[in-house]
Design a protein around this ligand. Structure first.
Ligand code: HEC
Length: 204
């Protein structure tokens, strides 16, 4: 199917070129192999949205019920559970990564993810809004082709309890974080900045 479409698109481009008037074939026709199938991309968006909504829901519930100190366990235990249940359901790897992780065992991205996170930071620095920012790519690896997708997790007011500037974090939370995450790099961020991203990877 794909190669047929590829051929048709190339043919289409060749016809356009031979007719003159169009200096370049459309980018689409040049690189269809790198194009993410729309359904796969929609699935990536849906899975990432579920993770964002699941985390936000659990976090807000816990903060409301027992305060931000108790909500730390949500981030530590419930989030990885939510992420692995979504991963299983979608047959994909879905998790959260950051350039400044709190938990270095889980939160570091691979080389591709780090590059995309840097691009997100640059886009925000240039004035683009972090909310809703995303990136996707089809990548080829020795084990096959994958759809890779990332969506920014922006700093929001509710994140400040635990990721804001140190002087704005309450003493009990600061102590708890220092105790559980001696290598914490996830403080000192302002609202609107990139805290990290949801990342999704699935074989095509
Ligand atoms: C109650 C405290 C608390 C709040 C509020 C909170 N976080 Fe976190 N966050 C944590 C903890 C603790 C971890 C480390 C979890 C672990 O052990 O993997 C973490 C980890 C993360 C990670 C994974 C990468 C890393 O740094 O290890 C991201 C991304 C993240 N938080 C984003 C957010 C965003 C966005 C918000 C606001 C919507 C938020 N957090 C609110 C405590 C919090």
């Amino acid at each position: 199917m794909v190669s047929m479409r590829h051929r048709l698109l190339s043919l289409h481009a060749a016809v356009l070129l031979s007719l003159g008037g169009i200096a370049q074939a459309p980018a689409r026709a040049q690189a269809p192999a790198d194009e993410a199938p729309r359904a796969a991309l929609e699935e990536a968006r849906k899975a990432s949205g579920e993770l964002v909504a699941g985390v936000r829901g659990e976090l807000l519930k816990a903060i409301e019920a027992s305060g931000p100190l108790r909500a730390i366990v949500v981030c530590k235990y419930s989030v990885p559970e939510i992420a692995s249940s979504i991963s299983r359901r979608y047959g994909a790897r879905v998790t959260r990564v950051s350039l400044t992780p709190r938990n270095p065992a889980l939160g570091w991205g691979d080389a591709w993810e780090q590059r995309v996170l840097m691009q997100f930071d640059e886009r925000v620095a240039r004035g683009e809004k972090a909310e809703g920012m995303e990136h996707h790519e089809v990548v080829s690896e020795p084990s096959g082709r994958f759809l890779r997708y990332m969506r920014v997790l922006p700093m929001q007011p509710a994140c400040m309890h635990c990721h804001g500037p140190a002087e704005q974090i309450s003493e009990p939370i600061r102590q708890q974080l220092a105790h559980e995450y001696p290598h914490d790099r996830a403080v000192g961020l302002a609202v609107g900045k990139v805290r990290g991203a949801v990342t999704y990877k699935k074989p095509l």
